[in-house]
Design a protein around this ligand. Structure first.
Ligand code: HEC
Ligand SMILES: [Cu+2]
Length: 313
């Protein structure tokens, strides 16, 4: 029967997907069976009990207890089978195992953002280890969205002002497509993401070194991306205007005064310390409000930001 299933259902990425398909196929086959039975009987009865002569009369039949019980009890039992089977799979699908890896997911027009337990974030791509349950804790920044992973046969609405959850465990490494299935405006059809299931070692490597596509990106380009995505742009301008923090325009290689009176040169080490321990040296004329990025930026990402700052002549 699997050719029949594969013909109209996407590939199964999880055990739960197989469970959903089994029940679905059971219902489909049940329907086909009853269709054939009922349509077949209609044809047989039409041929067999047609009016054969002018004085052929329908006998006066009122009821048949045995027949009526049969056609009530058998369908009832079949409905109960479908109900309990579905209920069992629904419970497994709803309650995540206690040791699940928890990922925070934010939907907004028209992008999905994933946040890992260590504070790292990724846009539109979720990297997870194979063979481990993953629980998504989801929320929306604006309107209603819905997070659908066809290969895993799970889907859940993503709401503003309330958290929703869903979980999966895939043992098959590979890439799986995600779609938003709640019409959320102009960019709705492009609101996709991908889930990359990888081996445990590849996953650890990912946590250390970041997504493969960013590893090969030139440093300055990566820096520009991080300047926006990590929020540096809200406090540091590139055009010389003083914001909440000093501008980066022409800052590299210059001397600056700290609130404690020291003079520091804006070089690689100074930038690195400013990012990881902003309170260690506060530039005079500014308040020490910069959040630390300790644990939020990987080594190569810090290098990328330094490279980007150097470029702001
Ligand atoms: C909430 C505002 C805010 C954000 C966000 C922020 N900074 Fe800062 N940053 C400051 C302030 C204020 C200072 C000056 C006070 C100090 O040195 O702590 C500063 C200082 C710095 C300095 C030293 C600059 C100089 O001219 O001496 C560097 C380098 C720096 N930030 C890098 C970053 C990077 C990289 C990011 C993003 C990953 C970032 N900052 C995000 C507020 C911010
Ligand atoms: Cu959406």
């Amino acid at each position: 029967m699997s050719w029949f299933r594969d013909f109209f259902l996407p590939m199964q990425g999880t055990a739960h997907a197989a469970a959903v398909d089994n029940l679905f196929m059971f219902i489909v086959l049940l329907n086909i069976g009853f269709f054939l039975l009922i349509a077949g009987l209609i044809v047989v009865f039409v041929a067999r009990y047609r009016r054969k002569s002018a004085n052929d009369r329908t006998p006066n039949i009122t009821h048949h207890l045995g027949l009526e019980l049969t056609w009530s009890i058998i369908p009832l039992l079949l409905c109960l089978v479908v109900f309990f089977w579905g209920f069992k799979d629904y419970m497994t699908a709803t309650v995540a195992p206690g040791d699940a890896l928890e990922i925070n997911l934010t939907g907004e027009k028209w992008i999905w953002t994933f946040e890992y337990p260590d504070g790292m974030r990724s846009l539109g791509e979720l990297y997870v280890p194979a063979g481990k349950p993953v629980k998504l804790i989801m929320q929306s920044k604006d309107v209603l969205h819905s997070f659908f992973i066809p290969n895993f046969r799970i889907k859940m609405d993503v709401l503003p002002n309330r958290y929703t959850e869903q979980w999966f465990q895939s043992n098959i490494p590979g890439e799986y497509q995600v779609q938003c299935t709640e019409y959320c405006g102009k960019g709705h059809s492009g609101m996709n993401a991908k889930i990359v299931v990888m081996s445990q070692t590849q996953y650890e490597d990912y946590l250390q070194n970041g997504p493969p596509n960013l590893r090969t990106m030139p440093l300055a380009e990566l820096g520009a991306l991080l300047y926006e995505s990590r929020g540096c742009s809200t406090c540091h301008s590139l055009n010389g205007v003083k914001g909440q923090g000093p501008t980066w325009k022409g800052s590299y290689g210059n001397m600056r005064k700290m609130t404690d009176g020291r003079d520091m040169m804006m070089d690689e080490n100074y930038i690195r310390t400013s990012i990881l321990q902003p309170q260690a040296m506060v530039v005079s004329g500014f308040e020490g409000i910069m959040p630390t990025y300790q644990g939020l930026l990987r080594d190569r990402e810090i290098l990328a930001l330094i490279e980007f700052i150097k470029k702001q002549k």
